[in-house]
Ligand binder design. Structure first.
Ligand code: GTQ
Length: 349
């Protein structure tokens, strides 16, 4: 049986759309092919932010506003395809935070989870739930959701780190909460380094009961990560796309260190030429050591130490490492969130 075919009367359709629009309704067929697509259609663009440009601007911002007045003195890295949306990928945020000697970024807590990746300086600290961690270049530090944190710099040099937050994910679910601390700086009662001693040695306190999915270890010093990668380089098997790559874990569960954001550190030896790879998690890369090129689709991103660059969802990308030095890259993405929802895919070649 053939169903009757309505004639295509554009004027009738337009006036119908107008009528239902007044009651907050809209025809799916006008938008369907834009939202249910054969492949990811990300607005996120491949891009590199050069340290040589951003560091002088951070110092300039330091002369314009204090960390206390700003609450967080941060230059946001906004994806060129997502301007005005305070995000570096469709789901994640990145910013470069400056703390000058003697400054304090006051205590607060929020439902967004945050990571810090230290880029320059040493001796500044972050205090998470009463424990101070001194931060050094290459360290990865976690601020779990809804934990009080403040930052301070008692050293005599400026300190810069990258903040990574799951702001857009929390916003998608309308689950944002924030509260200021009663004091700018938390009283710290626990000796610095206790957290690493207790959770960073493949053991845990016998009475430990997890309170959240976030790793109870919140400081992953670069020294240990670098040593692990060096050992892999000497004795491991090189992957054709990413060389030697480790993912940070919650040591108690072996799962991701944070529920919404996953973090990685990889080493690619000098002269390495990787095969193309793509995945659905748009990834933020931070250059720790060495230099080279990341070719994303038709875009060539030249990178040097402390640069930040983006590989958007499902665009094939490959690495070409300079002949002089091995490259070490830190990266983070929303992979744990995608995997929890059975959405993550990847492909080699
Ligand atoms: O350190 O808590 O870059 O709340 C943006 C929002 C840092 C922080 C940012 C924040 C923080």
């Amino acid at each position: 049986m053939n169903a009757p075919q309505p004639a295509c009367n554009i004027a009738d359709r337009e006036s119908f759309y107008k009528k239902i629009d007044g009651a907050s309704m809209t025809p799916l067929w006008e938008v369907l092919h834009g939202i249910v697509t054969p492949f990811p259609q990300t607005p996120c663009l491949p891009h590199v932010w050069k340290w040589a440009t951003s560091y002088p601007w951070l110092l300039e911002a330091g002369g314009l506003i204090s960390a206390k007045e700003a609450e967080r003195r941060v230059l946001v890295l906004e994806n060129p395809g997502l301007r005005g949306q305070t995000r570096i990928t469709h789901s994640l945020y990145a910013g470069l935070q400056l703390i000058l000697p003697g400054e304090v970024a006051p205590a607060h807590r929020h439902s967004q989870s945050a990571l810090r990746f230290i880029l320059s300086g040493s001796g500044a600290y972050t205090a998470v739930q009463g424990e101070k961690v001194a931060m050094n270049v290459g360290d990865f530090v976690i601020t779990p959701s809804w934990t009080f944190h403040d930052h301070g710099n008692p050293s005599d040099e400026p300190m810069v780190w990258l903040d990574g937050l799951d702001l857009a994910i929390v916003e998608l679910f309308d689950a944002q909460f924030m509260e200021r601390g009663s004091e700018d700086s938390q009283q710290t009662s626990i000796e610095a380094g206790t957290n690493l001693a207790v959770f960073g040695n493949t053991m845990k306190p016998v009475e430990y009961k997890p309170r959240s999915r976030t790793s109870p270890l919140f400081w992953y010093p670069y020294e240990r990560t670098r040593e692990a990668l060096e050992t892999m380089l000497q004795h491991g098997t090189e992957h054709e796309c990413w060389g030697y790559k480790l993912q940070y874990t919650n040591p108690v569960t072996g799962e991701w260190a944070m529920p919404t954001m996953g973090q990685f550190m990889q080493l690619m030896p000098k002269g390495f030429k990787g095969r193309p790879y793509r995945s659905t998690d748009s990834t933020i890369y931070v250059v720790v050591e060495g230099s080279g090129r990341c070719v994303v689709g038709d875009t060539v991103l030249r990178f040097e130490p402390k640069d930040v660059f983006i590989c958007p969802s499902w665009m094939p990308y490959r690495f070409e490492i300079d002949a002089a030095d091995d490259v070490v890259l830190f990266s983070y993405s929303d992979r744990p969130a995608q995997q929890a929802l059975d959405l993550w895919r990847d492909q080699i070649g």
